[in-house]
Design a protein. Structure first.
Length: 464
């Protein structure tokens, strides 16, 4: 009898569902099925069929968006108001993939420029890379699966997806919509298994592309074990620094920064975490951020009024609380929060001037905590912001375009938001971290490009 996985609510622990865990034989069967499919060009799905399947999938997800949003909120803890936005983005992302298939084009390589290249014509085409293996995270349980699975389907790669064990139901919902839209089941297989089997799957030589969203420790470990030739994309976390200069429009910026810091209880890879504020405005900035934090409704993610839900596990609540207490003991000032709410939630917390060595400064918090650091010299603030090994999304708040551009040039980040929070994202934009924050570029079309390879064709004819 198959082992069972219990899916429980991170808020109050109630049992949501029990599902079968896949065993080693089933993982092997999935790999071999996908591999045989990938290596046989006669079984490829034509572009028009993939477009039709994706459009129908988007229609099905849209029709069930409220049901799926509630499921995602229940199993992942993101408040319902935000889970609804996630589902709307998922629908848009699926349609984006269908529309982007037409952009998978090659280009002409000039010939006849030398005597040796005469009578030749060359062009490139893009081909699916092969079997895609995907491991996903809990924090956006539906839309992350969209970003890893849908590009593979769009380009014609068979894909095997392993969702986070905390949030498998959203993944299964999307895969079922793909089947209902006409996708043959062998093109997308969902595997819910132990971590050891997931590692065996993604490091298998039959996997051509590995896409991972999750912790850096796990991602880089798996990266080091990939079979020779396997390509990959890794999306980890960051510390999301923000530089708020003396001329910032606080009335405009503060609600954005509060949303970016406390959205999904800070469990977002680009959550606002480290805010460097010019000393001339640090007092009003801090006061207003505290006011905004204290107004947030914390609790049941399925309650329409909830703005901050639980952390995914009770041990994460304990870790965040320990880090906050550590910063306080080392001299930081807790302006608000700094306490557990029950065993699963944590109060939105604002910390003033923790040390650069404290865990809340040096590591990704992944909790509802925002640090404020007072600065006199902007360049020194940027140096402090760049101390961490992360490089994902950052922001600068200023009315001065020269300051904005100079800060964007100097700060270590793959993306710099100007007068916006660090967690902004639309699904067609390139998205990915540098350094310890990841490898490769996400987003619908960027992922589709990474899941294809360019092939050069050279024609020789006396008539050319």
């Amino acid at each position: 009898m198959a082992k069972q996985l219990k899916v429980n609510s991170p808020y109050d622990g109630h049992l949501i569902a029990e599902i079968d865990l896949h065993d080693a034989d089933q993982v092997e069967s999935a790999l071999e099925t996908a591999y045989q499919l990938a290596k046989n060009p006669d079984k490829a799905l034509p572009a028009h069929q993939r477009i039709e399947i994706l459009e129908k999938t988007a229609d099905r997800v849209q029709a069930k968006a409220e049901e799926f949003a509630r499921q995602a909120a229940e199993e992942g803890g993101k408040p319902l108001v935000d889970s609804r936005i996630e589902l709307a983005r998922a629908v848009q992302g699926i349609r984006e993939a269908a529309q982007s298939i037409s952009q998978l084009t090659g280009h002409e390589i000039p010939m006849n420029l030398t005597a040796s290249s005469m009578n030749r014509m060359a062009l490139t085409i893009r081909e699916p890379i092969g079997v895609v293996a995907a491991i996903s995270a809990f924090n956006h349980p539906f839309n992350l699966i969209v970003h890893q699975v849908i590009p593979a389907i769009a380009v014609g790669c068979p894909v095997i997806v392993k969702p986070a064990r905390a949030t498998p139901l959203s993944c299964l919902n999307l895969v079922q919509c793909l089947y209902e839209a006409g996708l043959p089941k062998e093109w997308c297989q969902a595997i819910v298994c132990e971590s050891s089997l997931a590692e065996k799957m993604v490091t298998d030589a039959r996997v051509a592309f590995f896409t991972f969203i999750g912790s850096g420790a796990v991602g880089w470990k798996l990266h080091s074990k990939l079979a020779p030739g396997t390509r990959c994309a890794l999306e980890h976390g960051g510390a999301a620094p923000v530089i708020v200069d003396h001329d910032a429009d606080l009335e405009d910026a503060l609600p954005l920064l509060a949303k970016g810091g406390f959205y999904h209880a800070g469990q977002v890879c680009v959550s606002v975490q480290k805010v460097f504020v010019h000393e001339s405005i640090v007092e009003p900035f801090s006061k207003k951020l505290v006011e905004l934090a204290e107004k947030l409704v914390v609790g049941d993610p399925l309650d329409e009024k909830t703005e901050v839900g639980p952390l995914i596990q009770e041990k994460e609540v304990e870790r965040v609380d320990q880090w906050v207490k550590e910063a306080q003991n080392e001299g930081a000032k807790i302006l608000t929060g700094g306490k557990k709410i029950g065993t699963t939630c944590y109060a939105p917390t604002v910390i003033l001037n923790p040390s650069d060595e404290a865990n809340v400064s040096a590591h990704e918090i992944f909790g509802p905590v925002v640090n404020i650091y007072s600065f006199k010299d902007r360049l020194e603030a940027i140096e402090r912001a760049n101390l961490t090994p992360f490089s994902f999304q950052a922001a600068v708040i200023t009315r001065n375009v020269d300051t904005a551009l100079d800060t964007a040039k100097r700060i270590n980040a793959a993306t710099v938001m100007i007068n916006d929070h660090t967690a902004f994202r639309v699904d067609w934009m390139p998205f990915g971290g540098r350094k310890a924050s990841g490898l490769g570029v996400g987003g619908i079309l960027p992922s589709m490009m990474e899941m294809t390879e360019e092939k050069l064709l050279v024609f020789r004819s006396k008539l050319i």
